[in-house]
Design a binder for this molecule. Structure first.
Ligand SMILES: O=c1[nH]cnc2c1ncn2[C@@H]1O[C@H](CO)[C@@H](O)[C@H]1O
Ligand SMILES: [Zn+2]
Length: 394
């Protein structure tokens, strides 16, 4: 698959932080407009580099410190509107046809906005971005997920806010922030409330902390999807050894994962449950390298989990901090892990099936946009396994 095909291929993005996806120039413009003068650089190129390099810290808490600067310029209606509009436009230009954009309303209150004011500014910006993208020939639909910060105590309030806007642009709920020391069960009241309301939520789990976090997110909290979930490989063995040990021994073998015979792989009870129940994993390869949740693109668990047919999806997490796009993530997997257009099509359909909008709307996007889009790219034969990739044609 050529880089141009990757860009044109319809893509679906379930895990993208609104406050992690600003254009560097927009950070500069908005900082000037509100008089924020603590930015670490004065031109767009150096600022973009600063975000990428600072986020390369190897630890999630330090990675998260970079958000102080984006949050500082997202405290007004104008700032939120512009960031949301540009988010929709940038994703559409990259070939994304459906996206869920998440942010934590509680982090946007320092200049007098109310929680409702924040949600309405973002919604208006997303609608503006969708209209502009459609006019530019790249239709996209974007819904919002409201995030509560796991170290804070506002999750019930944010869950109620999400319910208030469930028919107005908000499709789900999430918790994010530092994982170690803040188990998802701290927010059980919020999750129980959302379940009583028949609403949808995902939980960042299994990124900086392992299996207990994933287990709690699913079995105690009832998460519909897992944000990252990469550490599910801690419950997978190869020839009887933990996945991590096997990876350690294959660090220099770029083809190790694609060549691995799957009958050497065993799933533990939790990994089997996640696969059996088709629990979607929102995987973000570049972000995971930056926080040390995965060793390399070649050995990122996404390729093994895709081969084992977990409900894997491909995502960007924070485009600014990782200097990435959906096409870029796909390109990395093509170059370093042997992915094909057929693999990209498969994760795209997985993501669309796992989205938080109603079933009939998901189906319409799959049948009317995604399948025809891939068929056009591969001369009508997409889906027949023609292009090989990490799962051999069946
Ligand atoms: O990969 C991640 N793991 C955990 N939390 C994250 C990640 N990326 C961003 N945020 C957190 O989510 C907030 C709302 O969007 C961001 O402000 C950031 O603190
Ligand atoms: Zn995230």
């Amino acid at each position: 698959m050529s880089t141009d095909e990757l860009r044109r291929a319809p893509k679906v993005l379930l895990h993208d932080h609104l406050d992690g996806g600003l254009r560097p120039q927009t950070v500069l413009d908005l900082a000037a407009a509100v008089g924020y003068d603590d930015l670490p650089a004065t031109d767009a190129e150096s600022l973009g580099t600063w975000f990428r390099e600072s986020a390369d810290s190897g630890s999630l808490p330090r990675y998260l410190e970079t958000f102080d600067h984006t949050l500082a310029v997202m405290q007004t209606r104008e700032g939120l509107f512009r960031v949301a509009s540009e988010c929709a436009q940038d994703l559409a230009a990259d070939g994304v046809v459906y996206a869920e954009s998440r942010y934590a309303p509680e982090q946007h209150l320092t200049r007098g906005l109310t929680l409702e004011g924040v949600v309405e500014a973002v919604n208006a910006g997303l609608r503006d971005g969708e209209a502009r993208a459609a006019a530019a020939g790249h239709p996209i639909r974007v819904t919002a997920l409201l995030t509560a910060m796991r170290h804070a105590a506002k999750s019930t309030e944010i869950a109620e806010l999400a319910i208030r806007y469930r028919d107005d642009g908000v499709s789900g709920f999430d918790i994010a922030g530092a994982e170690a020391g803040y188990p998802p069960t701290r927010h059980l009241d919020a999750f129980e409330y959302l379940r009583r309301e028949n609403f949808h939520f995902t939980i960042h789990a299994g990124e900086a902390f392992g299996l207990p976090s994933i287990w709690e997110a699913i079995q105690w909290c009832g998460a519909d999807r897992l944000g990252h979930g990469v550490r599910i490989v801690d419950d997978i063995t190869i020839d009887g050894s933990p996945y991590a040990d096997w990876v350690e021994g294959h660090k220099h073998d770029a083809d190790a994962l694609t060549a691995l015979e799957l009958d050497r792989v065993r799933l533990g009870r939790l990994a089997a449950y996640v696969r059996d129940k088709r629990i979607p994993l929102e995987m973000c390869p570049s972000s995971n390298l930056q926080t040390s949740a995965a060793p390399s693109i070649a050995l990122h668990p996404i390729t093994l989990l895709r081969r084992l047919r977990f409900r894997v999806t491909l995502n960007t997490d924070n485009r600014l901090m990782s200097g990435t796009t959906m096409s870029r993530e796909a390109e990395l997997l093509r170059d370093e892990a042997g992915w094909s257009l057929d693999d990209l099509r498969w994760v795209t359909i997985n993501a669309m099936k796992s989205a938080f909008i109603p079933f009939d709307e998901r189906l319409a996007l799959i049948d009317d946009v995604i399948k025809p889009g891939y068929a056009a790219l591969s001369g009508g034969a997409a889906g027949e396994g023609v292009s090989g990739g990490v799962v051999s044609p069946a």
